[in-house]
Design a protein around this ligand. Sequence first.
Ligand SMILES: *[C@@H]1O[C@H](CO)[C@@H](O)[C@H](O)[C@H]1NC(C)=O
Length: 320
Amino acid sequence: MAPGAAPAPLPVLLALLAAAARPAAAWDLWALRCGFSSDCECRFRPDLRGLEFDLATSLVGQPLVRQQVMKGVREFLENQNPVKPLVMSFHGSTGTGKTYVSSMLIHYLFQGGLQSPYVHHFSPIVHFPHAEHIEQYKESLKRWIQGNLTNCGRSAFLFDEMDKMHPGLIDVIIPFLGPSWVVYGTNYRKAIFIFISNAGGEQINDMTLALWRAHKDREEISLQDLEPAISKAVFENPQSGFWKSGIINEHLIDVVVPFLPLKHHHVKQCVVSELNQQGLEVRPGVVQEVADSILYFPEEEKLFSSTGCKTVASRISFFF
Ligand SMILES: *[C@@H]1O[C@H](CO)[C@@H](O)[C@H](O)[C@H]1NC(C)=O
């Protein structure tokens, strides 16, 4: 430092040091602007390359998911002034990776991942267990979303197990999802909403099977093949959480993400990564046995795992 020059304030120095340690230009800008601030825009740290890489390497058998999630997130983030929040809906049967992908997505967007104070997770069984309290739940849910969005426009809201949500409850958040004017004086358009449900899973499975019978590869399945059936199924099913919902009717969901049923070789991939994760030796015999121990449907062809990869982790101990 030149003699007589005023010393830079400590946070700036720290920020510069942090910036020097990493080459990426985006990081430099972030470090200069945010330093060690924990404010909400600063906690929002999208790493799309990391997300894409992780989706490509660790998500098993879901080409459409990778494509849809990346497209949705990229388009949303490229827009400095989005006209509406990003609303994604994940559909598929048990064990196909919905929760896994939602955590991954949050991890690559928010510093601290699911632990971030700006990421809110709702589960009907925990937050809205009693059907008779629905009116009260409607009030609370609206107040929470509004409160959290006032606190931080860059918030994420994760709604798990939508199929267990009482019909009508979710519609109270409609004002926050649309492209209309600013609600209650808050800019809510930078928020992200993710719905997760098994609803539509049956339709996805049926269509994947039908396409397989027509000698179409799962890589050839397009969103256009699936999306109408999923929307119809969740809208018409009283147990979907979206029954007759304005969210579907008003087309507030930007990205529908179908999770396809997994085949035997996908389950084997899950077993291998689980063994690796647990630090166990990958023995081909064990991989085969674990994958064989799972039930497959339909009855005759036994093509798809009825629990996806869900029970893989717990089964490994039986075969190791
Ligand atoms: C934000 O949401 C949580 C529920 O996830 C709630 O407990 C909290 O009170 C909300 N915050 C505000 C400021 O409303």
